[in-house]
Design a protein around this ligand. Structure first.
Ligand code: ADP
Ligand code: MG
Length: 348
């Protein structure tokens, strides 16, 4: 049993089931992300853990205690929302101390705890300000400090960075993760941003249509997706249609080439192969065992990385090269050979 256990959790609104038999066991101190497209049920699942939504079925245990029938303030959780949700008429210090006051903590204890929390989020000198005097990123730090001030057992964050600029988003996600590590607090972080989930999480729950499709560490989610949805939602994916020549022998026909995958294939006439951009290159690095002839059809200069699209038969393949100040990017229309290793082909 984990520290936070969610078993057979379901939620329907009217006739629509938006969370379907969701199971998850979270270890103490673990950082978990719920990752999925808009509408897949992330917020609803989180709100059931928080106590803002009543499950249609299932159980939620925190530290061995069944919390399903408890109100949010009885669950010992802290919550951070996308919209900050600070009290506009209270100072930063009073916002952070709000939960402590409700809990009846005396003034002196409150003040030292508030100071401690403001220091942790890097706003030690901002206690006397009002929310409107802060940037979005600073307001979200206050919201985090407020959520953590009551020493919750579980921290829940629902797309806390979605409203912020790209640069702040990146620095704040590193900061949230480092605060989470320092405090060792068990955390669930909801996001639709795959990079956020990959960079922050101990484990990611990829959600699709109310179902937890795959639960695994970021490296595994990215490199060994177990469903087509996970493979295509997380990261960029090249899809190649191929004809099965010999299913048992793992042989397939890829354009003019016969390719041996070295593992048995599903017994279909055709399969879809998937490949990450970084598994492709325009040079035969390290003796890549397959070469596909094509033509460069798109070149996107992104700064440190150049994303190139090559048309190979029916497939348009994305690959990345690093910028080099000495060699300009290739030209659209130029012929190109794409190199890869057969073992990197994922069969979906
Ligand atoms: P996500 O956070 O992944 O974007 P949500 O959990 O907010 O998804 O929503 C999942 C589905 O449940 C959506 O189709 C949404 O419209 C629906 N939904 C959420 N809350 C309610 C509600 N209170 N009443 C009816 N439908 C709802
Ligand atoms: Mg949501």
């Amino acid at each position: 049993m984990g520290f936070l256990d969610i078993s057979n959790l379901s939620k329907s609104f009217g006739a629509t089931q938006v969370v379907k038999d969701f199971n998850l066991s979270v270890e103490k101190g673990e950082f978990i992300s719920f990752l999925g497209p808009s509408g897949c049920g992330k917020t609803t699942t989180l709100r059931m853990v928080a106590g803002f939504e009543v499950p249609s079925a299932g159980t939620i245990r925190i530290d061995g205690r069944d919390v399903v029938r408890l109100r949010p303030n009885q669950r010992n959780i802290g919550m951070v929302f996308q919209s900050y949700a600070l009290f506009p008429n209270l100072t930063v210090a009073d916002n952070v101390g709000f939960g402590l006051r409700v809990a009846g903590v005396p003034r002196a204890g409150r003040a030292s705890r508030v100071a401690e929390m403001l220091a942790i989020v890097g706003l030690a000198d901002f206690g006397a300000r009002y929310p409107f005097q802060l940037s979005g990123g600073q307001q979200q730090r206050v919201a985090l400090a407020r959520a953590l001030a009551v020493r919750p057992q579980v921290l829940l964050l629902d797309e806390p960075l979605s409203a912020l600029d790209a640069k702040i988003r990146v620095s704040l996600r590193e900061e949230i993760r480092s605060i989470q590590r320092k405090l060792g607090i068990t955390t669930i972080y909801v996001t639709h941003d795959q990079e956020e989930a990959l960079s922050m999480s101990d484990r990611i729950v990829v959600m699709n249509n109310g179902v937890a499709d795959q639960v695994a560490p970021p490296f595994e989610i990215y490199n060994r997706p177990t469903t087509r949805f996970v493979a295509s939602f997380v990261g960029t994916l090249n899809l190649i249609e191929a004809e099965v020549a010999d299913a048992a022998a793992g042989r397939l026909r890829l354009g003019p080439d016969l390719v041996d995958l070295g593992r048995p294939l599903p017994d279909n006439r055709r399969v879809t192969l998937a490949l990450r951009p970084e598994a492709l290159s325009l040079a035969p690095h390290g003796g890549r065992d397959l070469a596909l002839a094509g033509e460069i059809v798109e070149v996107h200069f992104l700064g440190s990385v150049i994303r190139i699209r090559v048309q190979v038969g029916d497939a348009r393949l994305s690959l990345d090269t690093f910028n080099s100040p000495d060699s300009p990017p290739p030209a659209v229309g130029a012929p190109a050979t794409v190199f890869l290793n057969a073992r990197d082909l994922m069969v979906l």
